[in-house]
Design a binder for this molecule. Structure first.
Ligand code: BGC
Length: 431
């Protein structure tokens, strides 16, 4: 059979965009628990400060994403701006977010709004944060206040970003504020409350608009066993998959998801190791594999695996985050092509994937890492706040324009392309 040179086409109406979050992009979120924590615990250069000043530069950023061909955008609101004190809602901030959302909608984009993305108001954290049994009620009050204001502008709602990853980092590993190291008990307690919060937000949204499309962004991990015929490895993979990937849908009930929003960054390799009686996770630094600036393995095939696995829920899937931290944009080009190729294969195999949001639109404040980890399609000079689209953003644009991957672009999967060569390939494709 002849080799097929046609474009790897995506389904009609596919959503192509990128994401950011309020705390990481806006700057000066002084009423948030994260802000308070970083003043005490982080060196000055690792504090969020002005971040990418998206609070003031949002129209410029939206113009940029429009120029880059995006037809959707994911962003979040900062709870601590809107409700800086318990029960006290700041109308000026609500108006600000309305202007932001209007501006996006005005560009004709599909808007995906995240209500909670890792940060909380200080007053909420002082009450015990997500360990407090009443936490879902506080969240619900906030949600009920803001939904009617934002409803006209939002197409897709994300209640909570990465409940699992957040519960683990804030209450298990102690990496995120409030730095609790409570082990499984703390993680499960927080996860349970975040799940209850999701359910309440889901119900509130549906009550106000039965047609609203509501989901969450869940961090999914692919698991890869080294020895496909060792039963114990397969059992380990299966159990890890159940806990890390599927437990949240049991906690929340799958009926409270109109779609599955997934953030995909991680692969875990599972194998027997000397000295252990049961299979273990393999430290990626000990195997020869592609690793990002965050130390995370880059494994495109993992995305295919998780998409196929999640397809069993029979719900539409949106990839709400997928991206690479690298100061070498050449790698981002390969990343985009190789991961999107896997999405294409998953769609061809029956997965109902409706959209892809690269993480992130611009370089941002990257939580505990500060500003060194560069995920953006667009470079930000944090001294001047100047934005410069990287070559990868033009490759992405070409994919969006074609609603698929033109075959010739696959050349760029090779290594060592200069910016000039990337441009040449883009010209060749558009001819
Ligand atoms: C989070 C983002 C973060 C990204 C890269 C995701 O877990 O939702 O806020 O920037 O990972 O670390």
């Amino acid at each position: 059979m002849a080799h097929d040179h046609s474009t790897l086409k995506f389904p009609e109406g596919f959503l192509w965009g990128a994401g950011n979050s309020a705390f990481q992009a806006e700057g000066n979120n002084t009423n948030s628990d994260w802000w308070e924590w970083e003043q005490k615990n982080q060196p000055v250069e690792k504090r969020s400060g002005q971040a990418a000043n998206h609070y003031n530069l949002y129209s410029q950023d939206f113009q940029l994403l429009k120029d880059l061909g995006h037809n959707t955008h994911r962003l979040s609101v900062e709870w601590s701006r809107i409700e800086p004190e318990e029960g006290m809602f700041d109308e000026a901030e609500i108006e600000h977010y309305k202007r932001v959302l209007q501006s996006l909608k005005g560009q004709g984009l599909t808007v995906m709004l995240t209500i909670h993305h890792f940060t909380n108001p200080k007053w909420f954290a002082d009450k015990g944060g997500w360990l407090n049994f009443s936490s879902p009620k506080y969240f619900e009050k906030f949600v009920k206040k803001v939904i009617p204001e934002f409803l006209p502008y939002v197409d897709l709602w994300i209640t909570i970003n990465e409940p699992g990853g957040y519960a683990l980092d804030a209450y298990g590993r102690g990496k995120f504020p409030p730095n609790k190291k409570l082990g499984n008990k703390g993680i499960l307690q927080a996860l349970f409350n975040l799940s209850r919060a999701h359910k309440r937000a889901y119900r509130a949204l549906k009550k106000m608009d039965p047609k609203a499309k509501v989901g969450m962004s869940h961090n999914i991990t692919s698991f890869n066993s080294f020895h496909k015929h060792r039963l114990l490895e397969q059992i380990t993979v299966w159990s890890m998959d159940q806990v890390v990937n599927h437990l949240i849908y049991r906690f929340t009930g799958i009926k409270t998801h109109d779609f599955l929003g997934i953030n995909y960054y991680f692969n875990q390799n599972i194998s027997f190791r000397k000295g252990f009686s049961v299979p273990q996770r393999i430290d990626v630094s000990t195997i020869k594999t592609d690793i990002s600036d965050m130390g995370w393995e880059v494994r495109p095939e993992g995305l295919f695996d998780v998409l196929m696995d999640l397809s069993d829920y029979n719900l539409p899937i949106y990839i709400t985050e997928n991206g690479i931290a690298s100061t070498n944009d050449d790698r981002r080009v390969r990343f985009l092509l190789s991961f999107l190729k896997e999405v294409y294969h998953a769609v061809s195999a029956g997965a109902d994937v409706r959209g892809y949001y690269y993480w992130s639109l611009t370089d941002n404040y990257e939580w505990t890492e500060g500003f060194e980890s560069r995920f953006g399609l667009v470079e930000v000079d944090f001294k001047t706040q100047k934005r410069t689209p990287k070559p990868s953003s033009f490759v992405y644009k070409m994919i969006i324009e074609n609603n698929g991957i033109p075959h010739k672009l696959l050349k760029l999967l090779g290594h060592g392309f200069t910016t000039e060569e990337v441009r040449e390939v883009l010209e060749e494709v558009s001819r």
